[in-house]
Design a protein around this ligand. Structure first.
Ligand code: GUN
Length: 297
C-alpha cells in the first residue's frame, strides 16, 4: 500500500474501484421488469438509431446501443444513411420518426458529416423523444432544474454516485471539460443536488489549484493523464469520462490511474466505469419516454 504525507500526516488509503458494469447490469434487470409491464398492456418501447456514414467508431457505438436494446426487450430501429445524404433528406427522416408512435426515442449518432448542420438536426428531434437530452428545450429544462431527459453520461454518473452513497450536498465538485454532452449537464445536475460546482476548461490557469480542493472530480476532456496523484485531495472521488488510447494502444481514461490509486477514495476505471452506464441510461430514458407516453394518452 502507498503512503504519503498531507498536512504533516502520513496517510495511505484503499481506493475503491467502482464497478460500472455491475451497476449497469442491475439497471438492465430493472428495465427488463419495467418493459415486461409495458408489454403486458400492449406497448413496447422503441428506439430509433440513425447512423450517417461509415465511421468505424460510430458503427461500434451504434452496434452496442442496438445490442443493449435487444438485451432488455426495447424495439430498436437502426437506420443507416450514406455519408452524402443531404441535410434536408436527413431532416425528413427525423420528421417521419417524430410522427411514428412506435418510436419513443430518437438518437442521431454524432459526429455528422461536415456538410450537415448538427444543431439543426438535434433541434429537429421532438424534445419528447430526445433521449440523448441534447436539444435546447431539454438543455433548458435541465438548466432550470426540471429535466425531462438528462444526457446519458451525466445521468449515469449521478447513478454511480447515488449507488455508492457518495455525499453531493455541500461538496466541492470540479468538472474538467465544458462540453454540452458531459461537462455542462453534469455541472447542472450537481448544482441541483446542492454541490458547489467549478467548471474548468482548456484555458483554466493552474488546474491543480481547483482539483486539489475537490471532493469530487469529473474528468471529461479526452486527454490521458490530465489529472494525476499530485493534483487531488486525500479521499477524493474521481469520475473518469475519458476514452483514449495510450502509447501502447490500450484504452485509458483522462486520469493517471497508478498515481491516484491509494490517494483517491473512489475511482471509476476505464474501461468498465462510466462507459457501460451511458448505454444503460439511454435505455432508461427510452423506457421513461414510453411510460410517459402512456400517461399522456
Ligand atoms: N457520439 C459520441 N457520444 C455520443 C452520444 O452520447 N450520443 C450521440 N448521439 N452521439 C454520440
Amino acid at each position: 500500500m502507498h503512503t504519503f504525507i498531507q498536512q504533516n500526516r502520513l496517510i495511505s488509503m484503499d481506493t475503491k474501484i467502482i464497478d460500472g458494469l455491475a451497476l449497469s447490469k442491475r439497471i438492465y434487470d430493472d428495465l427488463e421488469n419495467r418493459i415486461k409491464k409495458l408489454k403486458n398492456i400492449g406497448t413496447t418501447p422503441g428506439l430509433a438509431v440513425i447512423l450517417v456514414g461509415e465511421s468505424s467508431a460510430s458503427q461500434i457505438y451504434v452496434k452496442n446501443k442496438v445490442k443493449a436494446c435487444e438485451r432488455v426487450g426495447v424495439l430498436s430501429k437502426q437506420e443507416n444513411y450514406p455519408e452524402n445524404i443531404t441535410e434536408s433528406e436527413l431532416l425528413n427522416h427525423i420528421h417521419r420518426l417524430n410522427e411514428d408512435n412506435k418510436i419513443n426515442g430518437i438518437l442521431v449518432q454524432l459526429p455528422l458529416p461536415k456538410h450537415i448542420d448538427t444543431n439543426k438536426v438535434i433541434e429537429a428531434i421532438d424534445h419528447n423523444k430526445d433521449v440523448d437530452g441534447f436539444n435546447v428545450i431539454n438543455a433548458g429544462l435541465l438548466m432550470t432544474g426540471n429535466p425531462l431527459f438528462c444526457p446519458c453520461t451525466p445521468y449515469g454518473i449521478m447513478q454511480i454516485l447515488k449507488n455508492e452513497k457518495i455525499n453531493i450536498r455541500g461538496s466541492e465538485v470540479v468538472v474538467v471539460g465544458a462540453s454540452n454532452i458531459v461537462g455542462k449537464p453534469i455541472a447542472m445536475l450537481m448544482l441541483k443536488e446542492g454541490a458547489t460546482v467549478t467548471i474548468c476548461n482548456s484555458k483554466t490557469k493552474n488546474l491543480e489549484l481547483h482539483t486539489k480542493r475537490a471532493d469530487i472530480i469529473i474528468a471529461a476532456v479526452g486527454k490521458p493523464g490530465i489529472i494525476n496523484g499530485s493534483m487531488i485531495k486525500y479521499g477524493a472521488t474521481l469520475i473518469d469520462v475519458g476514452i483514449n488510447r495510450n502509447s501502447e494502444n490500450k484504452i485509458c481514461g483522462d486520469i493517471d490511474f497508478p498515481s491516484v490509486k491509494n490517494i483517491a477514495g473512489y475511482i471509476t476505471p476505464v474501461p468498465g466505469g462510466v462507459g457501460p452506464m451511458t448505454i444503460a441510461m439511454l435505455l432508461t430514458n427510452t423506457v421513461e419516454s414510453s411510460e410517459r407516453s402512456i400517461k399522456t394518452q
